[in-house]
Design a binder for this molecule. Sequence first.
Ligand SMILES: C[C@](O)(CO)[C@H](O)COP(=O)(O)OP(=O)(O)OC[C@H]1O[C@@H](n2ccc(N)nc2=O)[C@H](O)[C@@H]1O
Ligand SMILES: Nc1ncnc2c1ncn2[C@@H]1O[C@H](COP(=O)(O)OP(=O)(O)OP(=O)(O)O)[C@@H](O)[C@H]1O
Length: 282
Amino acid sequence: MSNILTFPSPAKLNLFLYITGKRSDGYHELQTLFQFLDFGDDIHFEITQESQIELLDQLDSVPAEQNLIYKAAKLLQQHTACTLGAKIGITKRLPMGGGVGGGSSNAATTLVVLNQLWNTQLSLETLAEIGLKLGADVPIFVRGHAAFAEGVGEKLTFCNPPEKWFVVLKPNVSISTALIFSQPTLPRNTPKRELSELLSINWENDCEKVVRDQYSEVEELLAWLVQYAPFRLTGTGACVFAEFESEEDACQVFAKKPDNIQGFVAKGQNVSPLHQKLNLFP
Ligand SMILES: C[C@](O)(CO)[C@H](O)COP(=O)(O)OP(=O)(O)OC[C@H]1O[C@@H](n2ccc(N)nc2=O)[C@H](O)[C@@H]1O
Ligand SMILES: Nc1ncnc2c1ncn2[C@@H]1O[C@H](COP(=O)(O)OP(=O)(O)OP(=O)(O)O)[C@@H](O)[C@H]1O
């Protein structure tokens, strides 16, 4: 590949996640706080004159046409009648099915970057609408600013939670979002609260109990971690995280993790690293 341009596709955390209802189409109404991390995948783009979208790297168990990068590029072509194409590579670092939003972030980076490189000139609002067809978390990654989300995750209010240091750990299990949302015992009636109230309470995740009950890998890891710091779940799992005031404090706890558990230390970012790199001001 020549003329390759590389862009970040960051992770997100759900600093809190409450389920406040279920819609008639089966989707759940949430109140959740999203923040990005300065850690994630990298996506590499080379623009071509032919309209073909070619993925240069395969993901385990994801056929190329199902890859959200491919789907995002195709959707953008359809919405704009753009005749250019792209060769796209990925350096994957984010665990799949981890609750850190890797697939959604990959889709959003593809939409935002190709919109620039193809000069298709859609607004971030329009790209977010297109992105919602690919997943509930794509709009937040397209908009690129930490936000309080309601609805199924698409009603966003930008905000600035403190940018702490985090230890993020991945229990050795991959968890399907759809499966967790289909569990009968999942709490679905947490009262809706104002953001100001939510910002002043201890943050929790309504999926945590169901995930701990169903996945002994998560239960055992959380039970062990509690001796070092209070960890909680992001998204529907499997990743768990704890927050720290400094990188040093985070690294000290990270050093104690069991050898067979993957993870990383990262800093919270209220502006997505993608938007920082592109000088897009959300
Ligand atoms: C829970 C979160 O991780 C919070 O960040 C996300 O909202 C999940 O987003 P995602 O992984 O992009 O999920 P999607 O691919 O949109 O949805 C997967 C499945 O989860 C269920 N789902 C998802 C989001 C939501 N608000 N309610 C749901 O009931 C639906 O059955 C859906 O078919
Ligand atoms: N480019 C991609 N990267 C990761 N997963 C992808 C990609 N394209 C399709 N997928 C599929 O999407 C599924 C969910 O992946 P993802 O990494 O977004 O999970 P997640 O971190 O649990 O997301 P969320 O936090 O939004 O629930 C994967 O198991 C995989 O089958």
